[in-house]
Design a protein around this ligand. Structure first.
Ligand code: ZN
Length: 156
């Protein structure tokens, strides 16, 4: 679970709630001086509706991350994966680098390594390499995804 820029959370956090970012962003944007990038009205800075503290984007970055909103999606994915790994599973990973490798890159490798019926296709021009023991069941394509997908689509 990585979260989303579409939600804000309490920075502490005081609770497991998240709030949609859009209304906060819409209040902030008119108050930004475009020549300096500075905020000219501090009253629009989002504050936690629960405790009044600072808010931040709801994205994984440390122990403060509120993951409660994504637990249902995670459970659904885990249930799907348990069924899928019983047969053959093709994992297509596109552009997952090392910004947050624990979210996409490493789980794709771990699933491939753990299940004999899994094969990983990694499309990544900058970081295509896989690591043992995944390498024997992986195909790396060191190209931009747009080129690869266009070529696949052209083959019909
Ligand atoms: Zn709070």
């Amino acid at each position: 679970m990585q979260g989303t820029f579409s939600n804000l959370q309490c920075q502490r956090p005081c609770c497991e709630e998240v709030w949609e970012s859009r209304p906060y962003v819409e209040r902030i944007l008119p108050c930004i001086d475009l020549s300096t990038g500075e905020l000219n009205d501090r009253s629009v800075v989002p504050l936690c509706p629960s405790c009044g503290g600072d808010m931040m984007l709801n994205v994984r970055g440390g122990s403060w991350f509120v993951e409660k909103p994504y637990e249902g999606q995670c459970a659904a994915f885990q249930a799907w994966l348990r069924k899928a790994v019983g047969g053959r599973l093709l994992i297509i990973e596109i552009g997952a680098g090392f910004n947050t490798p624990s979210v996409i890159r490493w789980p794709c490798e771990a699933i491939t390594a753990r299940y004999r019926g899994a094969h990983l296709i990694r499309i990544n021009p900058q970081h295509p390499k896989t690591q043992f023991p995944v390498a024997e069941r992986a195909t790396v394509v060191a190209m931009r995804a747009s080129l690869v997908l266009s070529a696949v689509a052209a083959r019909g």
